[in-house]
Design a protein around this ligand. Structure first.
Ligand SMILES: NC(=O)c1ccc[n+]([C@@H]2O[C@H](COP(=O)([O-])OP(=O)(O)OC[C@H]3O[C@@H](n4cnc5c(N)ncnc54)[C@H](OP(=O)(O)O)[C@@H]3O)[C@@H](O)[C@H]2O)c1
Length: 192
């Protein structure tokens, strides 16, 4: 069965934002250990990436190979090529078409979309964002596991992931990994 992992990029106070903190905008000639773990190590097993419209368009603008900037480290090019070739699901009511290769636009109830994708052939699935889609996934407990990438900032603004939930969501800790710049990756599996 295909598994759905939701990536939750969050500040310590549970906001879906990318604030600056020491080291956050460091460019490195080597891929960081956490980025490698979350993406490179999964290039073979993850064959579908789900994104909300804003996140999808932002990723296309920033991370497709067409958006390549001169002088970038080689590891970024590998990530760009992966994002170009992986199947991408863009959730949108507004968007009617896309010119990003290997992409499909789907709309409707998120749990139905996830169930439909799970019935299709393929490897595992990452639900990559943005915060609006991840929030719905968290509040309705739709993923099989969650990767919380926690940044060392209490931000006090930006979209909140948590709010009222119909049912309690209980998780089992699979692993924790520290990042180079005080981030921490928490990997939890959903207990059903
Ligand atoms: N991993 C990440 O990507 C990440 C993490 C943290 C912060 N951010 C930042 O967050 C911003 C974007 O996040 P966001 O939360 O505003 O937007 P988003 O989650 O990327 O996209 C929201 C849009 O997705 C569509 N959508 C969501 N669920 C749908 C469904 N079930 N069926 C059909 N369409 C659906 C709707 O688009 P329509 O209006 O077309 O229907 C909705 O407006 C960016 O600025 C990004 O930098 C991103």
């Amino acid at each position: 069965m295909r598994r759905v992992t939701a990536s939750v990029y969050m500040t310590l106070d549970g906001r879906g934002a990318f604030p600056k903190y020491p080291g956050s905008d460091r460019s490195s000639s080597e891929v960081s250990a956490l980025f490698r773990h979350m993406w490179y190590d999964r290039f073979d097993d993850v064959t579908t990436v789900i994104m909300g419209r804003r996140s999808f368009l932002g990723h296309q603008r920033t991370w497709s190979e067409k958006a390549l900037r001169s002088g970038e480290p080689k590891w970024l090019l590998e990530y760009r090529r992966y994002l170009d070739r992986v199947e991408k699901i863009c959730l949108s009511h507004r968007l009617k078409s896309t010119d990003w290769e290997n992409s499909r636009i789907l709309r409707g109830d998120l749990s139905r979309i996830i169930a439909k994708l799970k019935r299709e052939k393929g490897g595992n699935i990452i639900l990559e964002g943005g915060p609006a889609v991840v929030r719905e996934c968290l509040r309705r407990n739709l993923a099989d596991d969650y990767w919380f990438f926690v940044m060392p900032v209490v931000y006090g603004k930006g979209p909140r992931y948590w709010g009222p939930m119909k049912d309690q969501c209980t998780l089992k800790l699979i692993e924790t990994k520290p990042g180079e710049d005080q981030e921490i990756l928490l990997h939890y599996e959903v207990v059903r």
